[in-house]
Design a protein. Structure first.
Length: 208
């Protein structure tokens, strides 16, 4: 089993405000992604490498009722909430084995799709992000190539992801158990925070 950082997640009241936030911070706009019919959400994406991207995700106002809590706590976002980086997603070669190593239940492992893309992903039944979003969601793609390789290159790349949380040791041990590899630094702190250091055409920028 091997695991790597797959993508960063920015939640927003709507896609336009989320993309405006990314443009203000990084100087580039995410490109169209697609719809997640089972979750009633849609996204836009920004390439950070051939196997890593930034996702802006919001409730799709055109979706039908989904009859379940949406992922990433999107049901709790009101129109006046500002877009922000809330969590991260780890790609693994064996999602079943990786989920068993988690010190907290990651929820169900569910099949999901967007267009011609298919994957398995962990989703808590109540839609709440674990450890305040600092515990990553797990994903295992069912595609020949990573979807980030399809995206346009905007001269952006992730330098480092910093995770601050009171239970930093718990999180660090979990990442070791799933053979995680990547530029992620886990730090102990009284409060939680996630900070992405991203190289852009205008220099190093921060998302937090």
């Amino acid at each position: 089993m091997k695991s790597f950082i797959d993508h960063l997640v920015i939640t927003a009241p709507d896609l336009e405000s989320g993309c405006d936030y990314v443009f203000q911070q990084l100087g580039v706009r995410p490109q169209p992604g697609g719809e997640h019919e089972r979750m009633g959400t849609h996204n836009r994406l920004l390439k950070l490498s051939d196997t890593l991207y930034l996702e802006v995700i919001a409730v799709n106002p055109q979706s039908l009722p989904v009859g379940r809590p949406r992922w990433f706590e999107l049901d709790n976002i009101s129109d006046n909430v500002k877009p922000k980086l809330v969590t991260w997603v780890v790609r693994t070669t064996d999602i079943q084995a990786a989920a068993k190593e988690s010190p907290v239940s990651l929820g169900n492992i569910e099949p999901m799709n967007r267009g011609d893309l298919n994957w398995f992903i962990t989703i808590p039944e109540d839609g709440v992000m674990l450890m305040d979003g600092m515990m990553p969601t797990l994903i295992q793609w069912q595609t020949a190539s990573h979807p980030a390789s399809r995206l346009l290159d905007n001269n952006c790349s992730l330098i480092t992801l910093e995770i601050f949380h009171p239970q930093s040791i718990l999180l660090s041990n979990f990442l070791k158990a799933i053979s995680f590899s990547g530029n992620v630094i886990i730090k102990s702190a009284e409060t939680f925070k996630i900070v992405a250091h991203i190289q852009t055409a205008k220099g190093v920028c921060l998302l937090t």
